[in-house]
Structures are given as structure tokens and as C-alpha cells.
Design a protein around this ligand. Structure first.
Ligand code: NAG
Ligand code: NAG
Ligand code: NAG
Ligand code: NAG
Ligand code: NAG
Ligand code: NAG
Ligand code: NAG
Ligand code: NAG
Ligand code: NAG
Ligand code: NAG
Ligand code: NAG
Length: 431
């Protein structure tokens, strides 16, 4: 059989090289015929190299999940979560337990992902408690246990988790990692955190208003002036004896590309900035697909009509795509409003216009060329930041939003750029 298929490919290659090539190499890879579910699955495939999920579980999820059926999505991941949790509790092998707790925690996060259209669904908090408990069991078994930290901020608390690679008492380069519109800081450990730990960095992941734990526990939606979240976290790091403040890096993921840039504009202690991706205007990203008739209602101040159209056409419309329904539902939940017009209004201040020039440190800007969430925004952000920005175009398998499905490629690029900024010796394990 192997010879036969190789022969077929060979002839295909002779007669139609482009076609053969596209079958093998062209993203996006489609596991589920639903853009939103498929993207989420790729996000998880990206974490496999970093203990976030099992390939076998993800393939079985791809078979069980039905397009547009969010119940099939949450049910599938709930079952996978339970399976992993049971394995973790039953085993005597600490490494099986660690993997399984991490997987179970991630699958509970996925079981929650599409539930936010109904704020009173008790599963929103129930699944979160499970993901937190199981994640904490996993990080307690790391060589140096991860440490949850609660950092007093401006009328709220920034919630973080601090990780370090070993117990040598020396000062190390440190990365502060923040997510965007939807993902949790627990996910950030798998997406980027482990890659930094492997290279001898400390990692502090954090969440502010609008993000999973702060939204749930403090009932706060997103704010645009993100320095209020980050500066207290930098104060916390400055106070630790194991952080080298001359090598402090801030990383923002997805909409966090705006949030981190905003914070760095007002926080001079950040010495290099990673925007994964670059976002110049969050408002432009949110409204890119809206027909002009809808935007005219908003411009005319007719918020009642605007809200009704968004609800009827998208949010409560069974025929609308999962991606657009989820996008609105997650926006309302994370900005803590039931009004689509208020959600959009709040995003208007989320722009680098007038503040990009305040950023005085080297900035790495990711530009995955097939991104559809914030298309064109990375180029705009890099242009506004100017000579301090280095844009990195991701193509091929890494070309989707935040390089979903190809996190190692993103991490190689980020860490190699940081080698250039700080000198390659920053990575050595003993400093
Ligand atoms: C959606 O998926 C659930 C769980 O797999 C299933 O019970 C239900 O029948 C599906 N709904 C539709 C409309 O296919
Ligand atoms: C899945 O979500 C639906 C609401 O969309 C809910 O009715 C159902 O109980 C959930 N099932 C699981 C296993 O989470
Ligand atoms: C939202 O969830 C609550 C609690 O499960 C339920 O009683 C209510 O019917 C749900 N609302 C909708 C619109 O599905
Ligand atoms: C590092 O220190 C912590 C806290 O004292 C301890 O739990 C952990 O086992 C130590 N790890 C190693 C590898 O020595
Ligand atoms: C710094 O550390 C001291 C002593 O541990 C503590 O009292 C203080 O609250 C810390 N400050 C910050 C900003 O973390
Ligand atoms: C808002 O728009 C709706 C639908 O186009 C229209 O019927 C209504 O008169 C408008 N209201 C105002 C105050 O302009
Ligand atoms: C629901 O969505 C479908 C597909 O996008 C669209 O054709 C239809 O007009 C929408 N319904 C309403 C009431 O807007
Ligand atoms: C936008 O920012 C200005 C200050 O620059 C502030 O006065 C205004 O309240 C903000 N609007 C929102 C919706 O946050
Ligand atoms: C990705 O972007 C490249 C460059 O713009 C383009 O050639 C390619 O067709 C795109 N691929 C997909 C799947 O959209
Ligand atoms: C990166 O992509 C942008 C378009 O997204 C393009 O304008 C630019 O020339 C590309 N840069 C490189 C170095 O390929
Ligand atoms: C890097 O560190 C090693 C070992 O500490 C040292 O031998 C080497 O000279 C350093 N290289 C640079 C470029 O500083």
C-alpha cells in the first residue's frame, strides 16, 4: 500500500505539482467543518509540545464535535476532561498524573468556551473551579511549584501565577505574559510559558478585568487603560529577589497585543515588548465584518436599533456562524455588558493612536499573514511604533491568528529575537 500511494503522489507531482503540494502543505488544516471549532482545536494542537493536550484526545474530539453544535463541543470536552481527571487520580506515576491534570484542566476550559451566551449558566463557574483545581495540582508537581499571586491594583486585583525554572537563587530574565479576549493564563503556560522556562527564564502570567478569573471572581469587564493591570504586576516583580529587572519582557497575546502595548507606553520598567499579535485598533478588529448600515446606526446614536440587529442577525440566530455568534457572546460577557453597542463603544479607546510613540523599547510584532481576527492590524501597529518595531511575518502553518497550531514556531522566533535584544547568554540556565 505504501508503495502504491507513493507512486500516485509521484504521478500527481509530475502532472500537477501545485495540487500535490497544496494537499500536503497548505493551511488551514480542517478537522471540523466549522471555522470557530476548528480554530479552537488548532489552538489546542499548538499546546501538545508543551503538555497542554493529547493528540489522541484532540483527534477523537474532532470526530465527535458537530459543526455549529456547541452542545456537542462542550459535551465532548467535558467527557475528555473527566477521562483525564480519573486517570490522574488513579495513577501512581507522578508524570502520568502531571500530564493528565494539565490535560483535564485544559479540556474543562474548552468545555466552558462556548457557554458565555447565557451568563446564568452555572457551568461557567463550575467548569472554572474544576480547571483551576486540576491546574493547581499539576503545577504543584513541577520541579519548582508554580505559585499563585494576588496583586493589589487600582480598585481590583491583578491575578497571577509565578513560575521559575529551578531553585538557584540568582536573578533571571523574566517574562510577564498576558492574554486577550478569551484565553486563560493557565493556557499561557502551555502556549509560551514552558518555552521560556526551558530557556531559563522566570514567567509571570497574569489576568486583569475582562479575563477569565477576574471576570468571574471580581465581576469586572475589560478596561482600556491596561497599565492599571500591568504596573502593579511590575511592582510585584521588582520586589522579588530572583528577577533581573534589566531583562523584563512584557508579552501580549491576541487582543493582548493592544493591552500590552498600551501598558508598555506607560511602564518604563518593561525593557522589551512582544506583541503576538500587533493590534493597532481593537475597534477596527471588532467591526471589520459589520455592514455599513449597521455602523451608521451606531454613528447616529441609535443604540436600541443597533443592539436589536446584532441580537437578531447574529447572537440569537441559529443560522449565523459559530464564529460570529461566539464573537459577540464572548464580547458581551468579557466587557461585562448586555448591550452590543456598549461593547463596541468601550472598544473605541483601545487604540495605539497617540500613545504608540511613548513606547521606548524594542518591540517584536507578530504578523500571521492569514489572520482573520485582526487583519492588517499588525502592520498598522508596527508602523505607529516606528523604528523600534521589528515585524515578523508568519506564513504557512503558523499563519493563523496567534499562530494557532504552531506555537513552537512562534516561540522559536520570539526567543531568538530576545537573544538579539539581550545577548544570547540571557538564556543560560544558571545565568
Ligand atoms: C448536538 O449535539 C448533541 C450532543 O452531541 C446532540 O445530543 C444533539 O442531538 C445535537 N443537536 C443537533 C441539532 O444536531
Ligand atoms: C452543554 O451546553 C449546553 C448549553 O449550551 C447545556 O445545556 C449542557 O448541559 C452542556 N453540557 C455539558 C456536558 O456541559
Ligand atoms: C440560562 O441558564 C439558566 C440556568 O441553567 C436557565 O435556567 C435558562 O433557561 C438559560 N437561558 C437560556 C436563554 O437558555
Ligand atoms: C524548590 O523549592 C521548592 C520550595 O521550597 C520545593 O518545593 C521544590 O521541591 C524545590 N525544587 C527543587 C528542584 O529543588
Ligand atoms: C514587597 O515585599 C514586602 C516584604 O515582603 C511586602 O511587604 C510588600 O507588600 C511588597 N510590595 C509589593 C508591591 O509587592
Ligand atoms: C433607530 O433605527 C430604527 C430602525 O432603523 C428606526 O425605526 C428608529 O426610528 C430609529 N430611532 C431613532 C431615534 O432614530
Ligand atoms: C441569520 O443568519 C443567516 C446567515 O447569516 C442570515 O441569512 C439571516 O438573515 C439571519 N437572520 C436574521 C434575522 O438576520
Ligand atoms: C475613553 O477615554 C477617555 C480618556 O481618554 C475617557 O474620558 C472616556 O471615559 C473613555 N471612554 C470609555 C468608554 O472608556
Ligand atoms: C495565506 O496568505 C498567503 C499570503 O497572503 C496566501 O497566498 C494564501 O493563499 C493564504 N492562505 C489561506 C489558506 O488563506
Ligand atoms: C509582511 O507582510 C506584509 C503584509 O501583511 C507585507 O506588506 C510585508 O512586505 C511583509 N514583509 C516581509 C518582510 O515579507
Ligand atoms: C557567555 O557565558 C559563558 C559562560 O558563562 C562565557 O564563557 C562566554 O564568554 C559568554 N559569552 C558572551 C558573549 O558574553
Amino acid at each position: 500500500m505504501k508503495c502504491a500511494s507513493a507512486l500516485v503522489l509521484f504521478f500527481l507531482g509530475l502532472s500537477s505539482p501545485q495540487k500535490a503540494n497544496s494537499v500536503l502543505t497548505e493551511p488551514p488544516y480542517t478537522f471540523i467543518r466549522d471555522d470557530s471549532f476548528n480554530y479552537e482545536l488548532l489552538v489546542q494542537f499548538g499546546t501538545v509540545r508543551y503538555q497542554g493536550a493529547s493528540v489522541a484526545d484532540l483527534f477523537s474530539a474532532a470526530q465527535a464535535i458537530k459543526p455549529k453544535n456547541t452542545s456537542s463541543y462542550n459535551t465532548t470536552f467535558y467527557q475528555l476532561a473527566q477521562q483525564s481527571e480519573k486517570r490522574a487520580e488513579a495513577t501512581n506515576d507522578p508524570s502520568v498524573a502531571q500530564d493528565s491534570y494539565f490535560f483535564a484542566s485544559g479540556y474543562y476550559r474548552e468545555a466552558d468556551f462556548y457557554l458565555h451566551d447565557n451568563w446564568s449558566d452555572p457551568l461557567i463557574n463550575c467548569y472554572w473551579e474544576r480547571q483551576t483545581t486540576l491546574f493547581d495540582k499539576a503545577i504543584a508537581s513541577l520541579p519548582v511549584p508554580g505559585e499563585r499571586v494576588v496583586i493589589p491594583a487600582d480598585g481590583f486585583e491583578t491575578i497571577g501565577i509565578f513560575y521559575k525554572p529551578d531553585n538557584y537563587s540568582i536573578k533571571r530574565p523574566t517574562v510577564l505574559i498576558g492574554n486577550g479576549y478569551d484565553q486563560a493564563q493557565e493556557h499561557s503556560l502551555h502556549a509560551n510559558g514552558f518555552a521560556f522556562l526551558e530557556k531559563g527564564w522566570n514567567v509571570l502570567t497574569y489576568e486583569g478585568p475582562g479575563q477569565p478569573t477576574v471576570r468571574r471572581q471580581q465581576n469586572l469587564g475589560f478596561i482600556y487603560d491596561w497599565e492599571k493591570v500591568v504596573t502593579p504586576a511590575v511592582d510585584y516583580l521588582a520586589n522579588r529577589s530572583d528577577v533581573d529587572m534589566s531583562r523584563l519582557v512584557l508579552q501580549g497575546i491576541s487582543m493582548g497585543g493592544y493591552l500590552a502595548a498600551r501598558a508598555a507606553a506607560f511602564e518604563p520598567r518593561v525593557r522589551a515588548l512582544i506583541l503576538n499579535e500587533g493590534v493597532f485598533s481593537v475597534y477596527e478588529g471588532f467591526t471589520q465584518g459589520f455592514p455599513s448600515s449597521l455602523l451608521e446606526l451606531l454613528a447616529a446614536g441609535n443604540t436600541t436599533a443597533f443592539d436589536k440587529v446584532v441580537e437578531d442577525a447574529i447572537l440569537f440566530n441559529d443560522s449565523a456562524s459559530t464564529a460570529s455568534r461566539w464573537g459577540i457572546a464572548q464580547g458581551l460577557w468579557s466587557f461585562n455588558t448586555h448591550s452590543p453597542s456598549e461593547w463596541i463603544e468601550k472598544s473605541k479607546n483601545m487604540t495605539l493612536a497617540n500613545i504608540a510613540q511613548l513606547i521606548q523599547v524594542p518591540v517584536w510584532v507578530s504578523n500571521p499573514v492569514n489572520d482573520t481576527t485582526f487583519p492588517g492590524q499588525a502592520v498598522k501597529a508596527a508602523k505607529a511604533i516606528g523604528a523600534k518595531a521589528t515585524i515578523h511575518n508568519f506564513t504557512g502553518a503558523a499563519s493563523l491568528h496567534c499562530s494557532a497550531g504552531a506555537y513552537e514556531e512562534a516561540n522559536w522566533a520570539i526567543l531568538s529575537w530576545l537573544d538579539g535584544v539581550f545577548g544570547s547568554n540571557h538564556s543560560s540556565t544558571r545565568g
